[in-house]
Design a protein around this ligand. Structure first.
Ligand code: UD1
Length: 385
């Protein structure tokens, strides 16, 4: 079975790491039904060393077989550029299975190419099976670029792997046949579990000169950072929070550009209680989550990582596509109103925060489940056909 996986942006890399490790495991097991040849295509959506290469190095992801080097651009330009370049790669490799993860522009761009491709092959298959890992998540906010990517990718996928019960229900409601949906757990947690001990050895706290009591901050959603008044409101809120607890804030390139454009960067930089840094590598960042008193974020993946680690997470968004992190986990969905954020943080600091649980199947085995299901589907169909 020839399996082609797509990695494009930072949150994809920890998922591809788990899946490539699972393929390697599968090829070594006695029970395997056949061997899997894994090819990785990097679209180049993220390209800075700190946003991309450092993750390949630390997570020991095999070097991508192909790099499309698309870089940044408007949504239309970036998506179109990926599609044009990926079509060549797909025709060159003709994989049996295309695997895409998450909800970034690279995810929908590559799935869409595969849905319409016609291999001129002698075999029966004229296009690859399309597999979406982390399917079914819905924020129900179609103004969010990722929501468009999720809905569209799911609608053209043949096999959908989900991380939490809400995703299963969402897909059923959209009319996806149950036979195509598999609840397997969370590949990002596979990678987290695998690297936790190593991450604990990072000396990032000393390098940044911060003590053990701090709140870790990340911010990059366009709805939070692209608009001056929203971003100013969030920065004012962070300044107030920093009076209660020191902040550590690794700044995403998109956010840094906007902070500079809106004249807000120096205010943050000069604040005594706020430590800014460049984007960090996986192990350093995981170390910072593990040691944090709480996390303040608008990221999707960090809501899940904090739930697994049982670290309180204050999410600066009105909705989440990952409701299990609120229902069962350590996540508080708060929005961006300063008073609400401060109130929640006081509750957490007073030790009265909620007791959280780890969702079912977030156990480090999701990648193995995925590869074993794919192998069964593929090799059994090949036998029959
Ligand atoms: C993308 C994803 C988002 C994900 C996020 C994680 C989409 C629609 N968005 O958003 O879902 O949560 O990645 O980071 O796919 N830039 C650099 N260096 C890089 C990459 C980006 O400087 O390596 C800067 C560029 O100015 C670029 C901007 O960041 O224009 C935004 O990058 P882009 O990939 O368009 O979106 P993200 O905001 O990173």
């Amino acid at each position: 079975m020839k399996l082609l996986s797509v990695a494009g942006a930072r949150p994809n890399f920890m998922k591809i790491a788990a899946l490539s490790a699972a393929v390697a495991n599968y090829n070594l097991t006695k029970e395997r039904l056949g061997s899997i040849h894994h090819i990785i295509v990097h679209t180049g959506q993220h390209y800075d060393k700190k946003m991309s290469q450092s993750f390949f190095d630390e997570l020991e992801i095999p070097k991508p077989d192909i790099n499309l080097e698309v870089g940044s651009g408007s949504h239309a330009r970036q998506t179109a550029e990926i599609m044009m370049r990926f079509e060549h790669a797909l025709l060159q490799e003709k994989p049996d299975v295309l695997l895409v993860v998450g909800d970034v522009n690279s995810t929908i761009a590559c799935a869409l190419v595969a849905a319409k491709i016609q291999y001129s092959s002698r075999g029966k298959r004229t296009r690859p099976l399309i597999v979406h890992v982390e399917a079914g998540l819905r924020s129900f906010d179609i103004a969010m670029p990722e929501e468009v990517n999720r809905v569209l990718t799911d609608s053209i996928s043949d096999i959908l792997f989900v991380t939490e019960p809400s995703a299963f229900t969402n897909l059923q409601r959209e009319g996806v046949s149950e036979a195509k949906i598999h609840y397997v757990g969370n590949v990002m947690i596979d990678t987290l579990k695998r690297h936790l001990e190593q991450a604990k050895k990072s000396s990032i706290l000393q390098s940044l000169g911060v003590s053990n009591k701090y709140a870790l901050v990340t911010l990059h959603r366009p709805s939070n950072v692209d608009n001056l008044s929203v971003l100013r409101q969030i920065i004012d809120c962070l300044m107030s929070v920093s009076q209660e607890i020191p902040l550590v804030f690794p700044v995403h390139p998109r956010t840094k550009n906007k902070l500079i454009e809106f004249g807000l960067f120096n205010k943050l930089k000069q604040s005594k209680n706020i430590t800014l840094s460049e984007p960090l590598g996986y192990l350093d960042f995981l170390n910072l989550i593990t040691n944090a008193t709480l996390v303040i974020t608008d990221s999707g993946g960090i809501q899940e990582e904090t739930t697994f680690l049982k670290i309180p997470c204050v999410t600066l968004r009105e909705n989440t596509e990952r409701p299990v992190t609120v229902k069962e986990g350590s996540n508080y969905l708060i929005g961006t109103k300063g008073s609400d954020v401060l109130e929640t943080i006081s509750l957490i600091l007073s030790g009265q925060g909620k007791i959280s649980q780890i969702p079912q199947y977030w156990d480090g085995m999701a990648g193995d489940r995925i590869i074993s299901i794919l192998a069964k589907e593929f090799f059994h169909t090949a036998e029959r056909g």
